[in-house]
Every structure is written in structure tokens, then in C-alpha cells.
Design a binder for this molecule. Structure first.
Ligand code: ZN
Length: 443
């Protein structure tokens, strides 16, 4: 049986319409939409931000350091927010997100509620297939090459000389498919953008090592812990099957960032630490540290690739300027398709994607906003989480995958941490350790 849910898709671009029919309009001056396809790219220019590829370095005890002594701090932030506000002035957004009410829900966790009534007004619900995390790219559906260049803020590429550079007018090099940063025309917070890696390669929504490293670089380069990046897989509330990350600025800690964690393993090669998230409604893992940014990136991407290959939907949050990455396998859409979610929760129409899971609840009804409580947020998010047993199985798959991949190249893999203080939930960790030891046996 094919599992599907109905939902109103979020419009991320003003050019995201089902009726786009512009074939045959390929002539010298383009198709008239100033898009990002072969009709309009020749001769086009966009700003280019070239980031410094600081893939270093151990600072202190094995944590990723961004080693930035650049006095011109936060150039990326200034560029991004400046361009974003420019698009707001030009009226490209569907509503004014800065006018949306936001509050911190009283309680231990500090869940953040936003009332966003503008996000879903329009369109009939569409059916989304939720039982396949990997689906082939479909040229006929909306993809980011169809957006207008005015929605694009800049190109984001590694610099060639280890320095940050900015070019206000750089040609779009179609032969080296550029990474683009574009606005999300249905923002959920200030500076909400989409990072589309190698846009012209038409990559489906799936994580690979190179693209994930790019997203980490963006978090590092933004230098601001309030600027986070997120990723939703298909089946975990991504609605566009063209590889993209989201990012925005929110000047408050996300509840997930304050949740305690319990270290369960350290990769012997690379030094990346992996922990269980504790005392949080959605079960998941945190990855941090590592000798280099690439170490951290590779371990997380390999974990994501493993989930994709095993058809487990998931969400990822990149926090702390790229120093911590949260990974949540989830099953809400599957439960929804099977009719296992209560109508009370369904009525809120909240789609628990990465931001909601991290604790930023975007609510569509005034009633839900006014009645927002920690208990309600918790109840919704608890439905997103895998069961303890299922998570254990998934963790075993992940550890098998990340250890084997590293063993292919070098000798050893990871060590299970036994030294740490006892966590709140002994059962959880004992189970985790058993799973790990199993996965850790060299083959
Ligand atoms: Zn065009």
C-alpha cells in the first residue's frame, strides 16, 4: 500500500505553481521569467559570496573551531539580512513575518509559539507520498531552477585562496553548478532562506557528504548561534523534491538546544561525539566535536545516508554555528497516513518538521496560539518520536553504517563511552550500549 497524506503545500517561491507551462519559450532573451534554466542563465549575474574553507582545527578538547580572527565579522550575516530586507521592500514575500505574533510558552523548556495565519491560506490540499524517503527528481514538478533570479540572494561557494571574498556581480557559471541562497517567500522567521546546493544538478531531496558539508560551512560562516540550518527529508515534511536546506534567524534558544544529553560513543577516528537526547519529547541523537569540520560532517551525513537507505524519514538541525547537529528519525506522517494521529492534533494542521521538533511551534489557528502550553507542544511532539524500541533498531543501523565506512578507510571505529556520569534514564543508556557493542565488533 502506498501511504499518502493530504496537506496544503507551503509556497516557498512565487513561481511555485502547478500550472507552469513555459516550454518552447527558449530564446535569446530568456523565457521572460528570469529563471535559473538554460533559457535565462546565459549572461546573468548574481552576487557571489566566497567562503573561507577553514576545515580545521582542534581547539581545546577536540571541538570544531571556526578559527576566525577576521575583524570583518559576520559578513555573511550582513549580506544575507541586507538582501533579505531588500526583497521584503520589493514585496516578494507573501506576508510580513515580522508582524506575526510570537511568544515563549511558560514552562521548563521555553517552547516558542508563533501565530502564522498567512502561511497556509490558498490552494487545495495536495497528496504527498510519505512512505518513500528517496524519490527520483521529477523535472515536471516545481524545482528551484524555476524560481526567478530576483528571489535569489547570492551564490555561495568555497573561495580559492582561503580568504573571504564578495563579488556583487558574478556570472552564473552553469558548467560548475552553483550553490544558491534564495528567500523562502513563506518565511517563518526573519531571514528565512533556502540553501540549494549545486542547483543545476537537479539533486533530489537526499543528503550526501558534499552538500551537508556545505550546509555546515554556512552555519560556521554566519558566526551567529541564532542562525540555524534545518533539513527535512521526504516523509518528514519536505514538500519539494529538490535538494535544499532551510535557515533563519531567531534570537532565542530552541528548547532542543537546552535539552540534556548523554554521550554514548566517540568516534576513534575523527573524534566526533555522539549522544542520546534526554528529557525531550522527540528521541534523537546529537553529534558534536570532531577534529575537523569534515569529520563532523562525514559522520552526520553517513548517518543520514543510512536512514535514507533504510527508508526512515528524518529531520536535522544544525545549531551552535555548526558545532552541534541534532538528528531526529520520525514517524508522524506515517502515523497520520495510517490514521493513528488523534483528530485533535490533526486539526491544528501543524506539520512537525525540523523547526517544530526543535521547539519553534508555528501555529495556524489563533485558538491554538492562545491556548499554547508546554503540555500541548509536548503532546504533539511525542507523536513525532520513534518508540524507544524502534529508535534502538535505527541506532544500530546507524552505528553499523558509520563504523563500517570509517573502517573501510582506516583501522578502527568508535569507542563506547563508559566513563561518564550516570544519566537520568539508566535503561535507555544500557540498551544503547548493548546496541553499540554489537555494532562495534569489527567485521
Ligand atoms: Zn527562463
Amino acid at each position: 500500500m502506498m501511504l499518502k497524506i493530504k496537506r496544503v503545500p507551503t509556497v516557498v517561491s512565487n513561481y511555485q505553481k502547478e500550472d507552469v507551462d513555459d516550454d518552447g519559450a527558449h530564446h535569446a532573451s530568456g523565457c521572460g521569467r528570469n529563471c535559473l534554466r538554460s533559457c535565462c542563465i546565459p549572461g546573468s549575474k548574481l552576487p557571489l559570496y566566497a567562503f573561507k574553507k577553514v576545515n580545521n582545527v582542534v581547539s581545546g578538547k577536540g571541538s570544531v573551531s571556526t578559527e576566525n580572527n577576521d575583524p570583518r565579522i559576520d559578513i555573511l550575516g550582513s549580506l544575507l539580512f541586507g538582501e533579505w530586507e531588500d526583497r521584503m521592500k520589493r514585496g516578494l514575500f507573501r506576508y510580513d513575518v515580522t508582524a506575526c505574533e510570537t511568544k515563549v510558552i511558560p514552562g521548563e523548556y521555553g517552547f516558542i509559539a508563533q501565530l502564522n495565519e498567512g502561511r497556509h491560506l490558498q490552494k487545495r490540499p495536495t497528496e504527498f507520498r510519505v512512505d518513500k524517503v528517496l524519490q527520483p527528481f521529477d523535472e515536471n514538478k516545481f524545482n528551484f531552477t524555476k524560481v526567478s533570479q530576483e528571489e535569489v540572494l547570492f551564490q555561495f561557494e568555497a573561495s580559492e585562496d582561503d580568504e573571504v571574498h564578495f563579488f556583487p556581480n558574478a556570472p552564473i557559471d552553469a558548467d560548475n553548478s552553483p550553490n544558491l541562497v534564495a528567500i523562502n517567500v513563506s518565511p517563518i522567521e526573519y531571514g528565512h532562506v533556502l540553501l540549494v546546493p549545486r542547483i543545476l544538478e537537479h539533486l533530489p531531496q537526499m543528503i550526501d557528504r558534499k552538500s551537508f558539508l556545505l550546509a555546515l560551512y554556512m552555519a560556521v560562516e554566519a558566526k551567529d548561534p541564532y542562525f540555524r540550518l534545518g533539513y527535512n527529508s521526504l516523509g518528514a515534511f519536505a514538500t519539494i523534491n529538490h535538494l535544499h536546506f532551510q535557515a533563519y534567524y531567531l534570537a532565542a534558544p530552541f528548547p532542543i538546544e537546552r535539552a540534556p544529553s548523554k554521550k554514548i560513543a566517540t568516534m576513534r577516528v575523527g573524534g566526533v561525539k555522539i549522544s542520546d537526547i534526554l528529557k525531550y519529547p522527540v528521541r534523537g541523537l546529537v553529534f558534536e566535536g570532531g577534529n575537523t569540520l569534515e569529520d563532523l560532517s562525514n559522520v552526520v551525513s553517513d548517518a543520514c545516508i543510512c536512514l535514507q537507505e533504510n527508508n526512515v524519514p528524518y529531520n536535522v538541525l544544525i545549531a551552535d554555528t555548526g558545532k552541534r547537529v541534532f538528528l531526529f528519525p520520525q514517524c508522524y506522517a506515517e502515523k497520520q497516513a495510517l490514521g493513528e494521529v488523534s483528530s485533535e492534533l490533526l486539526d491544528t494542521q501543524v506539520n512537525p518538521a525540523v523547526w517544530e521538533i526543535s521547539g519553534h511551534m508555528v501555529l495556524k489557528r489563533k485558538k491554538d496560539y492562545e491556548e499554547a502550553s508546554e503540555e500541548n507542544a509536548w503532546r504533539l511532539l511525542a507523536e513525532v518520536s520513534l518508540s524507544e524500541e524502534r529508535l534502538q533498531e535505527v541506532k544500530e543501523l546507524i552505528f553499523e553504517a558509520i563504523c563500517c565506512k570509517i573502517e573501510d578507510k582506516i583501522v578502527s571505529s568508535a569507542t563506547v563511552d563508559e566513563s561518564d556520569e550516570k544519566p537520568e534514564s539508566h535503561e535507555d543508556v544500557d540498551a544503547a550500549l548493548k546496541g553499540l557493542q554489537f555494532a562495534m565488533v569489527p567485521v
